[in-house]
Design a protein around this ligand. Structure first.
Ligand code: PMP
Length: 394
């Protein structure tokens, strides 16, 4: 019997029950692995740098991957999508490239360090940062954002699309309306949403959207992308070779996407991400339904366990398939350790690079254990996780 597409069947032996999809997806679909290998074996030239046959093939590969990613995110002109090293670089580029001293921003209290740390640097340089607090499930109330935006002139509203701590989905389309009615931009960290949600950036009306390639998008690590709305130009983070435009000598070419892609690109990573985007275009709806069903089963299985607090929206509320929990009996690091050593279950404890989010839900001092379901998770994985926690906390 052949494995269904993207099932992780060939060559990806599962060595554990992997429930750390909030960190990165694993195993990668075999089509993604094959695309990375093919880019390194038969198509290893430098794309956009040379007119010989293999360099042109490499450029075509990058072009096709960009088109697939743009299609997946509902972006009409693929040049509005720039490949970067990951969501961290994309967040730095959208914040540092669009904000200047004297600007004021309104930001959610659920942000990851990929937003809060660059914002801290910008605050030191004279950007005013006002934080709006989410509720105990990690969900933002758009009317709180509206009040904050109306209070003072605002250059940008900054918000994640979904939380890497509680799985909460933020009201991005409402925030876009609020930002635009008040002359502000909406800048979004989509790391936890892309791939887990059906994302249409034109319908959401965002101005910039930062994405990880290696999480819900199922691509390799070391690649991500930034969408910038047509006409919204950010100052680039890096200057350097773009393969063309060298007659302009010192000044960075201003065209898209090359302005944001100085240096030799991560062609194998981009190839893998393109293969993943094509898989998601074909099977994404079905895979998202499967992961939501398994995630609800996990949440419903964990919530009744005595002494356990499970953070995140109710199981009939929309969310991405990530939750965190704490126990009143065993601390978070010990739970993660015991799950790994006794049951072979891979989950992550601590603050998940999101101290703001943990402060919001009240777990800054204790940390929490995070479970993330994703493509490749099975009902047996979920059942084993529920049984393991019930036994550990009995
Ligand atoms: N934002 C959020 C919400 C995340 O969960 C992550 C990854 N943990 C990032 C940004 C950064 O992504 P990357 O590690 O791919 O740069």
């Amino acid at each position: 019997m052949t494995d269904p597409p993207g099932s992780g069947g060939s060559g990806t032996a599962r060595s554990c029950i992997y429930l750390d999809h909030g960190a990165t997806s694993w195993p990668k679909p075999p089509e993604v692995v094959d695309a990375v290998v093919t880019a390194m074996t038969t198509c290893g030239a430098n794309p956009g740098r040379g007119a010989y046959t293999m360099a042109l093939a490499a450029a075509r590969l990058v072009f096709e991957s960009r088109r697939a990613c743009a299609d997946l995110l509902g972006v009409p002109d693929a040049r509005d999508v720039a490949f970067v090293s990951g969501c961290t670089e994309a967040c730095n580029l959208m914040l540092k490239g669009l904000l200047a001293p004297g600007d004021r921003v309104v930001v959610s209290s659920m942000e990851h360090n990929a937003i809060s740390r660059p914002l801290h640097m910008l605050a030191l340089a004279g950007v005013r940062v006002d934080i709006v607090r989410a509720d105990a499930t990690g969900t933002m109330d758009a009317s709180d954002v509206e009040r904050a935006v109306r209070a003072h002139a605002t250059r940008a509203v900054i918000c994640q699309h979904a939380s890497n701590v509680t799985g909460a989905i933020q009201p991005i389309a409402d925030m876009a309306d609020i930002a635009h009615e008040n002359g502000a931009l909406l800048l979004v960290d989509g790391a936890q949403a892309a791939g887990h949600l059906d994302v249409d950036l034109v319908a959401l009306d965002v101005d910039a959207y930062a994405v990880s390639g290696h999480k819900g998008l199922l691509g390799p690590q070391g690649v991500g992308l930034l969408y910038l709305r047509p006409g919204l130009d950010a100052t680039e983070l890096l200057q350097g070779g773009t393969g063309g435009g060298s007659s302009e000598e010192e000044s960075q070419p201003q065209g898209r996407p090359e302005r944001y892609e100085a240096g030799t690109p991560n062609t194998p990573g981009i190839a893998g991400l393109g293969a993943a985007a094509r898989l998601l275009l074909e099977h994404g709806a079905e895979w998202r339904a499967d992961e939501q069903r398994l995630f609800r089963r996990l949440k419903d299985g964990l919530r009744p366990i005595p002494g356990l607090t499970v953070f995140g929206p109710a199981s009939d509320e929309p969310c991405v398939p990530t939750l965190t929990l704490v126990s009143d009996r065993i601390d978070a690091d010990r739970i993660a350790f015991l799950l790994d050593r006794r049951y072979g279950i891979a989950v992550r404890s601590g603050l998940h690079c999101a101290p703001w989010a943990h402060r919001t839900i009240g777990t800054l001092d204790t940390g929490a254990v995070r479970f993330g379901v994703g493509h490749g998770t099975t009902s047996d994985d979920v059942a084993t996780a529920v049984t393991a926690l019930s036994e550990l906390l009995a």
